[in-house]
Design a protein around this ligand. Structure first.
Ligand SMILES: NC(=O)c1ccc[n+]([C@@H]2O[C@H](COP(=O)([O-])OP(=O)(O)OC[C@H]3O[C@@H](n4cnc5c(N)ncnc54)[C@H](OP(=O)(O)O)[C@@H]3O)[C@@H](O)[C@H]2O)c1
Length: 237
């Protein structure tokens, strides 16, 4: 088993939901963790809470993953604060769920630029740093919407289907350099993602996704879990 103690991890979209749960779990396992979100206030609030809850080394910077320049500045911040990078968790994501007749150009751009281009920008920055550490691990939070289309999901499905091709190609590019690439495809998770904060007990909890990410990262180095599908055991009927 690999240890997370002292590893430097960056979790995009760590201000709430799944990303925040992942950041907390990694801190509890002894990792140093950086997070981002789009506003400094939300990042500061999450960093303070995570530090209080875990006593771990956590820092954060506002960065919009849609913006290549802001992504570069985020990684420079991690370099300056922690001196390197071992793990990238591509978690930041958005969803606009409307039929094609109502889906705007802006909805499409926001979805593809966050869920797909943002993952590309962050992955490039991470891979460029892993050589100096002798390797690294990238975990991308995709979705079962990356294999199952649904009405109203044109932009979101397109972004998450694309992540499968992207992640698997990068995995094949980089695995011989000791860079491991995994993606997780959760079904419904109890977060504010779809706007509903209550009545979600039947869903996967963010802490459960965090536990899966921990397991992926702690697998022995010889073994790579490249894809995980995860669903509520008893979906609401
Ligand atoms: N909830 C589900 O049912 C579900 C199921 C499968 C997969 N997923 C995936 O899991 C991931 C996390 O979702 P969640 O449910 O935790 O959603 P959430 O509660 O809405 O959290 C989304 C996170 O992403 C950040 N974010 C959004 N756009 C960003 C951008 N352009 N740049 C930087 N950060 C950005 C948000 O931060 P700020 O708002 O502070 O910027 C927030 O921290 C997403 O990729 C989503 O597609 C969710």
């Amino acid at each position: 088993m690999q240890t997370l103690t002292g590893k430097v991890c960056l979790v995009t979209g760590g201000t709430r939901g799944i990303g925040r749960a992942i950041a907390k779990t990694l801190l509890e396992r002894g990792a140093d963790v950086a997070i981002c979100g789009r506003t400094q206030d939300a990042v500061d609030e999450a960093v303070a809470a995570l530090a209080l809850e875990t006593g771990g080394k956590v820092a954060g910077k506002a960065a919009d993953v849609k913006d290549h320049a802001q992504v570069g500045q985020l990684f420079q911040f991690v370099d300056a604060r922690f001196g390197g990078l071992d793990v990238l968790v591509n978690n930041a994501g958005v969803g606009f769920f409307r039929p094609i007749s109502e889906l705007s150009i802006q909805d499409w751009r926001d979805t593809i630029e966050t869920n797909l281009s943002g993952v590309f920008y962050c992955t490039k920055e991470a891979v460029a740093r892993f050589g100096a550490r002798g390797g690294g691990h990238i975990v991308t939070i995709s979705s079962l919407a990356g294999k199952n289309s649904f009405a109203g999901g044109a932009a979101y499905n397109a972004s998450k289907f694309a992540l499968t091709g992207f992640s698997e190609a990068v995995m094949l590019d980089a695995r011989n350099e000791n860079v491991r690439v995994s993606y997780v495809m959760p079904g419904s998770v109890a977060t504010e993602f779809s706007g509903k904060a209550s009545g979600q007990d039947w869903k996967i909890w963010p802490e459960d996704v965090a536990e899966i990410v921990r397991m992926l990262l702690e697998m022995p180095e010889r073994t790579l879990i490249s894809r995980v599908e995860v669903r509520p055991s008893r979906p609401k009927r």
